[in-house]
Design a protein around this ligand. Structure first.
Ligand code: PEP
Ligand code: CO
Length: 348
């Protein structure tokens, strides 16, 4: 994608950093290569726009939308293998790497997927541009910059600025498992001019996060760095000392709350799920903490489906026995649109 487009996304995030707007980042946990056509993209844009309108109605602020799309094809995993029906298999790592079907052939990493993903993301981006050109509040693209064989070849030198930028997305983010200061993911995103984001989990110390800010936002530039807190409802108390230290260090970061990834549990039958009530608790405490420090709660980072899936408990999914009727996620359990609306209404 073009450098000017990334610069425009950066300016949009700067309005959030200034406290004049909110940011909603949402989409699938793992995007499917099979969902890159115009209809699938239009459905995702419609859900994002609808949730964004709700954020605006609740807060009175303009909203900047980012999809987890056009490149959200790779997943960090806690375990390298899993056992399915007594057979040990490599885990599914996202369509960028392998296929989800539980057989050894599907789970083998296939480098041709890098090219397929590049083409699919180009189709999704084309879909996003049609909405933007129509003047709709079309979302910008974002994904976790995880697989460096995919990201590094897409670093370009800007024609007008001469600076390095990452052409794979507007807003790349660094995941909780790859945010080590001296590792390749932080180095890569420190070296490009895109706006960037980084997840911050409960194991992070204030010093860790201030050091990340120094690496990723040395110029203290509004809009450059978004920090996505994903503490878990039980550990959200870890946020205040971190946010205070970042404020003291003078970084004008956007603070987002990801109430999904710190709150994943298993049902009795072993399915991954999340409780809407727990997510609401974390996001509400996030807002209170950030506002209590005199800072701006920039917004939310959510995993949301476009259809009435039954992956998380809450609202139309009464209990964990109702989880799994429609469980279509390739990875983590997503909110359905009604659950996402309920969360936004409770937090803002
Ligand atoms: C994700 O966003 O899907 C993810 C894996 O998050 P985290 O890096 O915060 O665990
Ligand atoms: Co996820």
């Amino acid at each position: 994608m073009a450098e000017w487009e990334i610069a425009a996304a950066h300016r949009a995030i700067a309005t959030v950093a200034a406290g004049d707007a909110r940011l909603l980042q949402a989409g699938d946990c793992a995007e499917s290569l099979a969902e890159s056509g115009p209809a699938a993209t239009a459905a995702k844009v419609a859900v994002l726009a609808d949730l964004g309108d709700l954020v605006t109605r609740r807060t009175g602020d303009a909203v900047v939308l980012f999809g987890r799309l056009a490149g959200q094809y790779a997943k960090p995993r806690s375990q390298p293998t899993e056992t399915v029906h007594g057979v040990e298999l490599p885990v599914f790592r996202g369509h960028l790497v392998n296929a989800p079907e539980p057989d050894p052939h599907a789970r083998a990493a296939d480098p041709r997927r890098l090219i397929e993903a590049y083409r699919a993301s180009a189709r999704v981006l084309a879909g996003l541009r049609t909405h933007r050109q129509r003047g709709d509040a079309g979302p910008w693209a974002s994904h976790e910059a995880l697989v460096l064989d995919y990201e590094s070849p897409q670093v370009r030198r800007g024609e007008w600025s001469g600076e390095r930028y990452l052409a794979s997305t507007h807003l790349p983010w660094i995941g909780e498992r790859t945010r080590q200061l001296d590792h390749a993911h932080v180095r890569l995103l420190a070296s490009v001019t895109n706006p960037v984001a980084c997840k911050v989990g409960p194991g992070a110390t204030p010093d860790d996060v201030v050091a990340l800010c120094a690496a990723l936002d040395p110029g203290r530039t509004p809009g450059r760095l978004t920090l996505i807190a994903r503490m878990g409802a039980e550990r959200v108390g870890a946020l205040a000392p971190i946010a205070r230290a970042v404020r003291r260090a003078g970084h004008p970061v956007v603070w987002l709350c990801d109430p999904m990834h710190g709150n994943t549990v298993r049902t009795r039958s072993g399915k991954k799920t999340r409780q809407l009530a727990t997510m609401i608790r974390e996001a509400s405490r996030f807002r209170a903490t950030v506002e209590g420090l005199g800072l701006h709660p920039g917004g939310l980072h959510l995993e949301v489906a476009t259809t009435e899936v039954t992956e998380c408990v809450g609202g139309p999914v009464p209990d964990e026995d109702a989880v799994g009727g429609r469980y279509e996620s390739l990875c983590d359990p997503r909110l359905n649109p009604a659950q996402a609306r309920e969360l936004i209404r409770c937090v803002f």
